[in-house]
Design a protein around this ligand. Structure first.
Ligand code: SF4
Length: 246
């Protein structure tokens, strides 16, 4: 339980506008209970019933396609990635074709995305790793996926859940990271620790969907700069609620 001094300090910081729920509080806060987290999740799920089956998303397709598109999605939007999906896979439909690709040719296709030089390099290296180490298939474990160039836990979690139906962890993207702190699921800005906190709070069968539900809420209501707390369905349970603001 948080000490009285800490609660007072937090309250003062809030009144001074120094803590908006999106930053790390300077001391430990109360730990959310699993039943409270489950209730918040249920409320959000009701508010965004289609979030678990996102249409036109990068996470649709074969494991190879989901892997490649998720690597491409770093620092850009799903919409931008989907624009290059067709030309990319028409020319390079398999790991074998993409592993042999000329990097500049790949760069021309994905040029509209940020970091296209590094991404093209990673796509080719990832495809070569699939050929060299996994018989040309996408591996089905976290440890194996993390050996592939360009793949971190976020990408691995997305591939495992959306391409293989496995809940091994929770993908923490920019929305999940922000909302976890604001709502009170986690007290840190470290994505690895946020993932661990979320895995402790939520039952495993919800892990994959939790990411999509939080992303839906982040896009529709809990914007990074202008959260719409006044119309938020979980404002009564969110520690980062902004009162008397839009
Ligand atoms: S009340 Fe809702 S919109 Fe406001 S910070 Fe919390 S989750 Fe975001």
């Amino acid at each position: 339980m948080m000490a009285r001094g800490s609660r007072v300090a937090w309250s003062i910081l809030e009144r001074l506008g120094r803590f908006d729920g999106g930053s790390n509080p300077p001391y430990p806060i109360r730990t959310m209970k699993q039943q409270d987290a489950a209730r918040i999740y249920a409320t959000l799920l009701k508010r965004y019933p289609d979030a678990r089956e996102p249409a036109g998303k990068i996470c649709r397709g074969t494991p190879f396609e989901v892997l490649i598109l998720t690597i491409l999605s770093a620092q850009t939007t799903d919409k931008a990635v989907l624009k290059v999906k067709k030309p990319l896979f028409l020319r390079y439909p398999t790991p074998a074709k993409l592993a042999k690709a000329n990097q500049e040719d790949v760069e021309m296709i994905i040029h509209s995305l940020g970091y296209y030089h590094a991404k093209a390099k990673n796509l080719i290296a990832a495809s070569q790793a699939l050929l060299d180490n996994f018989g040309g298939s996408v591996p089905e474990t976290m440890d194996e996926l993390l050996t592939i160039p360009g793949v971190g836990r976020k990408t691995a979690n997305i591939v495992l859940y959306h391409a293989m139906g496995k809940n091994e962890g929770i993908a923490v993207d920019t929305h999940v990271r922000r909302l976890a702190q604001r709502i009170g699921f986690s007290d840190t800005d470290n994505v690895a620790v946020i993932e661990r906190d979320l895995m402790r709070l939520f039952s495993q069968d919800t892990w994959g969907d939790l990411t999509d539900v939080l992303i839906a809420h982040g896009r529709a209501t809990c914007d990074a700069k202008k959260p719409l707390c006044g119309e938020c369905v979980i404002s009564g349970e969110c520690r980062g609620v902004r009162k008397n603001k839009d």
